[in-house]
Design a protein around this ligand. Structure first.
Ligand code: SF4
Ligand code: SF4
Length: 158
């Protein structure tokens, strides 16, 4: 069953990437699948529509649950990041204030490994952050704020 679900997610991811203008070769590289599979996906052949419908439901989960699901489906950090970023609907800014004590809990908890410690202070890589708020909720000193970027900020960056 998980294999079917990952295929369903990869199908949805391939369609998104195609809509962003990526070639079949680039889509295959990004999703780590062969080009003939991408071609099947995009031509709608040999597809398990039940798996695709199920995968669509997964993409509608909140950010935290979606990350937990893809962590369990894909295991490998690079693959998890690729899927998370393809389905990321918004950009986020992570702010860490001076009360950070450098305990590293947030670093350990971030599924996307978007947090590192620098001179005993957490630093958040907004590119990878998918807004699950796990770090914010777990920080013992309430030092993290994860802020959703407004659409106009997103446009300025792109
Ligand atoms: S969990 Fe909080 S205190 Fe600990 S390193 Fe992260 S931001 Fe700093
Ligand atoms: S909200 Fe925090 S834990 Fe979640 S992806 Fe962003 S940095 Fe990682």
């Amino acid at each position: 069953m998980p294999k079917h679900i990952t295929s369903g997610l990869k199908y949805l991811a391939a369609v998104r990437l195609r809509n962003q203008g990526l070639s079949q070769k680039k889509i295959a590289e990004k999703l780590d699948i062969d080009r003939s599979t991408v071609s099947h996906y995009l031509n709608g052949s040999n597809l398990s529509w039940n798996s695709i419908e199920f995968a669509k439901i997964l993409t509608q989960l909140n950010n935290k649950d979606f990350l937990l699901v893809i962590q369990n489906l894909f295991h490998d950090l690079d693959k998890i990041r690729v899927i998370a970023l393809i389905f990321k609907e918004k950009n986020y800014n992570g702010i860490v204030n001076d009360s950070c004590i450098g305990c590293g809990l947030c670093v350990d908890l971030c599924i996307l490994e978007a947090i590192s410690l620098n001179a005993l202070t957490a630093q958040i890589n907004s590119f990878y952050c998918c807004g699950c708020h796990t770090c914010e909720e777990a920080c013992p000193t309430n030092s993290i704020k994860i802020l959703e970027e407004k659409d106009d900020q997103k446009r300025e960056r792109s």
